[in-house]
Design a protein around this ligand. Structure first.
Ligand SMILES: Cc1ncc(COP(=O)(O)O)c(C=O)c1O
Length: 452
């Protein structure tokens, strides 16, 4: 057997030795094992959107399949224009196509940003699984900004200052912060005052703010914002906005993401650096996917209708699961966007401890193996098992796999399901058998705990 990990793998760099396969893949493996043993599992572990792609977007992809050329590093001009048009309308100030950079997903853009920006990083706890490894791989130090105990999302001035002061006291140089709203894993969005607190803090401390807005089309709570970018703070500040095709259009596998840079010296300098980086790393995103994305991001009535249909469905399904979790006595905040819930099982601490379950990872494994429910442990999002009250029993549940039983049903039933959502009040006609199954599985889990 060859060397695989740790000090044995001395042909790898120290940073590469720390890399692990993503927790999402690990949970898929566990689910597969259960299914192979004939045990049913409700899969709430994977955050991959599954709606059918709009027909015109698919047609554009098919039509462009003969285009096998490398496209410009910054992306297809017509796609950059489409992103700029959409974001201008959404943000309420002009974004020019020259400010937009396209890449094979927003993940490599985030990786590149952490790699080329100098300084250490502040991240809200909890945060999406990939940021922490990306930061560490870039050789940077990470400092968690603590969030509200109830929603695990809201950030305050004192929590920002405390993370910053800790970094300074350890001799670090915090110069980057990333926020994600609506958030994976919490399904929460920031209020306007919270965004104002964060942007003012970053401005005062001269910290570059990366705003990951990949879920921004899927926000359904009133008075919550999906952007930290106002005309003044974006155009005159040190900010970058990222987003992509994966979540709204259920097209993660096509790999199209974008970054928008401010039209100032900071923005143009950073954009130049990222284009140089991209030219040596991924060259360009796939040509057919970029052609299709130009149609998807546009502000046509067809695409507007699609975005509002799927937001309605995500709201319907995620709120229903939320109600069920709450009725089961779990500690969970009402979701505001994306397709995630982030409950804590801490009200059942006594029963869990008697089962020898002390961490979110142990809880996640028990749920899969004994209750047929797959959800990701909070610890993979940076949650501290020794930390705040609910932390060690937090799980992230994704509702994105609750619509169709397989790829075929996605296309045979998917368009009809989306059109049912057109008439926003007709919740009663939306039938989601997998959601019903998930609710029953969770009720059974809690009944098991209650009967102990
Ligand atoms: C919070 C967040 N940011 C970024 C991404 C990356 O998406 P992509 O690389 O497909 O654009 C994801 C995907 O799961 C995500 O959840």
């Amino acid at each position: 057997m060859g060397p695989t990990a740790g000090s044995e793998a001395n042909f790898l760099t120290a940073q590469a030795q720390e890399l692990r396969l993503s927790a999402t893949l690990e949970i898929n493996e566990l689910v597969r094992k259960q299914l192979d043993m004939g045990k049913p599992v409700v899969h709430l572990g994977f955050g991959e959107a599954t709606f059918p792609i709009p027909k015109s977007v698919r047609a554009a992809h098919e039509e462009a399949s003969g285009n096998t050329s490398y496209l410009p590093v910054a992306g297809l001009w017509k796609l950059r224009e489409s992103v700029a048009r959409f974001q201008t309308r959404r943000l309420g100030f002009t974004v020019g196509p020259e400010q937009v950079v396209i890449a094979p997903g927003s993940k490599p853009l985030l990786f590149a940003l952490f790699d080329i920006l100098s300084g250490d990083v502040l991240l809200p706890r909890p945060s999406w699984v990939s940021y922490e490894p990306q930061v560490k791989h870039a050789g940077k130090q990470l400092f968690w900004v603590e969030t509200d105990e109830e929603d695990r999302h809201t950030i305050t001035g004192p929590s920002l200052n405390s993370a910053y002061d800790q970094a300074i006291s350890e001799g670090s140089d915090p110069r980057i912060m990333l926020i994600n709203s609506p958030s994976n894993p919490t399904g929460q969005a920031f209020s306007e005052p919270t965004l104002e607190t964060i942007t003012s803090f970053c401005k005062e401390k001269k910290i570059t703010l990366i705003s990951d807005e990949i879920y921004s089309d899927i926000c359904y709570a009133e008075n919550y914002s999906t952007t930290s970018c106002t005309e003044d703070n974006f155009n005159a500040g040190q900010m970058v906005l990222t987003g992509g095709l994966s979540k709204t259009y259920s097209a993660g596998g096509w790999r199209v993401g974008f970054a928008i840079f401010p039209p100032n010296t900071f923005g143009t300098t950073l954009q130049k650096a990222i284009l140089a980086y991209a030219s040596e790393c991924w060259s360009a995103a796939s040509a057919p996917a970029q052609e299709a994305a130009a149609v998807a991001f546009d502000t046509t009535p067809e695409m507007d209708a699609y975005r509002s249909q799927l937001t309605h469905l995500h709201k319907h399904c995620t709120l229903k699961l939320y109600e069920a979790l709450k009725n089961c006595g779990l500690a969970v905040a009402a979701p505001k966007g994306a397709f995630y819930l982030y409950p804590s099982f801490y009200p059942y601490s006594k029963q869990l401890e008697s089962l020898g379950i002390y961490t979110s990872r142990q809880l996640s494994r028990w749920l899969i193996e004994e209750c047929g429910v797959a959800a990701l442990p909070g610890s993979v999002f940076g949650e501290d098992d020794e930390g705040v009250r609910g932390g060690r029993y937090r799980l992230r549940m994704a509702t994105s796999y609750l619509y169709f039983k397989d790829q075929e049903e996605r296309y045979t039933r998917g368009y009809e399901l989306l059109s049912q959502a057109l008439d926003g009040g007709a919740n009663a006609t939306i039938e989601l058998p997998l959601l019903e199954k998930a609710i029953v599985a969770i009720e059974n889990t809690v009944a098991k705990l209650n009967n102990m």
